[in-house]
Design a protein around this ligand. Structure first.
Ligand SMILES: Nc1ncnc2c1ncn2[C@@H]1O[C@H](COP(=O)(O)OP(=O)(O)OP(=O)(O)O)[C@@H](O)[C@H]1O
Ligand SMILES: [Mg+2]
Length: 218
């Protein structure tokens, strides 16, 4: 187990290929992944069957090198933000990086998504007129602060700009992690961000749901 798993993500007419792969610790396996997860989770963290399924899924997501990021949907208090926070701590602890480029010209990136909420992203844009360009980006609570943000007369639906930007440019086409109270294919997402954004999101994210337990009410 462990080592490198490759996928070719681009091949141009000249036959030049760009590959991407995760670089995993030598002893990377499910047991180690789960132990690390448990060590990063709060002491009173409850492992429901739904959560166990997602942990399993996240392990496979790293191990199999998926092209897509992840969208986790579910009602309020179902543990989406907590689960993603633990997952990113695990990635950090295991020091997982991914590699991008041709064999002799490899560029390495740590897979450390920075936590941001839609609100924070909107504030960031309002301050400097730019959208975050991180290779792996985590946006918590998409759909909860959907509004046009103005920067010196430029109105922008910031999340849609980010999606377009990442979808259109191969070199920035990287992992996007999202939590939301809405399913990815929900009409509200289309209404809020437009059909073209939703269709790009569908192409860019794998879809998971956490819906059974409201831990906030426990
Ligand atoms: N598996 C779990 N076991 C026990 N407590 C949990 C678990 N997951 C989350 N919690 C607790 O439940 C509360 C809500 O969790 P969290 O904020 O992650 O939910 P959420 O799905 O992100 O909600 P929202 O949609 O409102 O953002 C937090 O206090 C968190 O510590
Ligand atoms: Mg949340």
């Amino acid at each position: 187990m462990g080592g490198r798993k490759r996928e070719i993500i681009f091949c141009n007419k000249m036959g030049i290929m760009i590959e991407r792969y995760f670089i995993l610790p030598k002893d990377f396996g499910f047991t180690k992944f789960l132990k690390t997860f448990e060590s990063k989770a709060p002491k009173n963290y409850i492992y429901t069957s739904e959560i166990n399924y997602i942990i399993d899924y996240l392990y496979n997501w790293i191990y199999d090198v998926h092209f897509k990021g992840i969208w986790i949907a579910g009602g309020t208090g179902t543990g989406k933000t907590t689960l993603m926070k633990i997952f990113f701590e695990v990635i950090k602890e295991l020091n997982i990086e991914f590699c991008f480029g041709e064999d002799n010209n490899e560029v390495h990136y740590k897979l450390y998504p920075k936590m941001t909420s839609e609100k924070e992203i909107n504030n960031y844009f309002a301050k400097c007129g730019e959208i975050p360009q991180r290779r792996s980006l985590f946006i918590d609570d998409v759909g909860n602060d959907c509004k046009k943000v103005n920067y010196f007369g430029n109105d922008s639906l910031v999340i849609s700009d980010i999606i377009y930007n990442r979808y259109d440019k191969l070199e920035t086409k990287q992992y996007l992690f999202i939590t939301s109270n809405y399913p990815l294919n929900h009409p509200i997402i289309k209404e809020m961000y437009g059909e073209r954004t939703q269709s790009r999101l569908l192409a860019m994210c794998e879809y998971l749901e956490l819906k059974k337990t409201n831990f906030r009410n426990m």
